[in-house]
Design a protein around this ligand. Structure first.
Ligand code: F6R
Length: 240
């Protein structure tokens, strides 16, 4: 794992953009897996800035994502297609037909899991962007996830429901189930960029980097991948 420790969130976001652009600039039709959550927002703003101020084109970029809640209506603003449209896709020149977000269609859920896993396994992503949960999850691969897992329906862990409730008006509104891409799908990407910011991620970051590879911390499976760049601020790095 390549580890980059930055002084704060802003520097983390800028470094993430540098790493990302170094890979993507050389690829004609880059395939990118986007994470949602608070952590990558600053990085996505850097991508938007590169388009708006430097004229970097994202016309040929193909976009995928990591996960989606089950049970929210198509136009609910907590859906991850809404998040990604709002923070990035509506602000760059990506073509709508190049965006394939999990469950942004009427497919039955089981078929959708199979469809998505097949895409990720047959056409490896050039970059998978990840955040990390305070419990060590990546995507919604919660503690207990097996390394051979593929895209599937999962039950969200109590820690995740509590953490994500900050974005809902009350905890009861947080869905209990989601679709997530699996560890196999994530590890099939050619490059992985994982971001973490803040003290509440420091334990998970420590277990991911220095801990045993274990289902107790699904992010530790990333130790098996050859091209992972971990970009974290000082607070997230405080237990290393
Ligand atoms: C989001 C996702 C999650 C988040 C993680 C951290 O698509 O898959 O694994 O990356 O929960 O979330 P934040 O960045 O909000 O702390």
């Amino acid at each position: 794992m390549k580890l980059i420790i930055t002084k704060d969130y802003e520097e983390m976001s800028k470094k993430a953009y540098n790493e990302f652009s170094q890979i993507v600039n050389h690829i004609k039709e880059p395939k990118i897996g986007f994470a949602t959550g608070s952590t990558p927002i600053g990085f996505y703003n850097e991508i938007v800035k590169s388009y708006q101020t430097k004229g970097v084109s994202y016309e040929n970029l193909k976009a995928y994502n990591l996960d989606e809640y089950i049970g929210l209506s198509r136009n609910n603003e907590h859906r991850y297609n809404y998040f990604l449209n709002h923070h990035i896709f509506n602000r760059i020149n990506i073509k709508k037909e190049n965006i394939d977000i999990i469950l942004d269609n009427d497919n039955p859920i089981i078929e959708e899991c199979e469809r998505y896993s097949n895409i990720l396994l047959k056409n490896p992503l050039d970059v998978q962007i990840l955040g990390i949960g305070a419990n060590g999850h990546v995507g919604f691969n919660e503690p207990g996830t097996k390394p051979n897992s593929k895209t599937r329906v999962v039950e969200l862990n109590e820690v995740t429901i509590k953490d994500n409730s900050r974005l809902f008006s009350k905890i009861e509104e947080v869905p209990k189930h989601a679709i997530t891409v699996g560890i196999t799908d994530i590890l099939n990407a050619k490059n992985i960029i994982l971001l973490a910011s803040g003290k509440n991620k420091s334990e998970a970051v420590k277990n991911m980097i220095n801990g045993d590879i274990s289902e107790l911390c699904p992010a530790s499976y990333l130790q098996k991948h050859d091209n992972v760049t971990v970009i974290i601020d000082q607070e997230a790095a405080s237990l290393l």
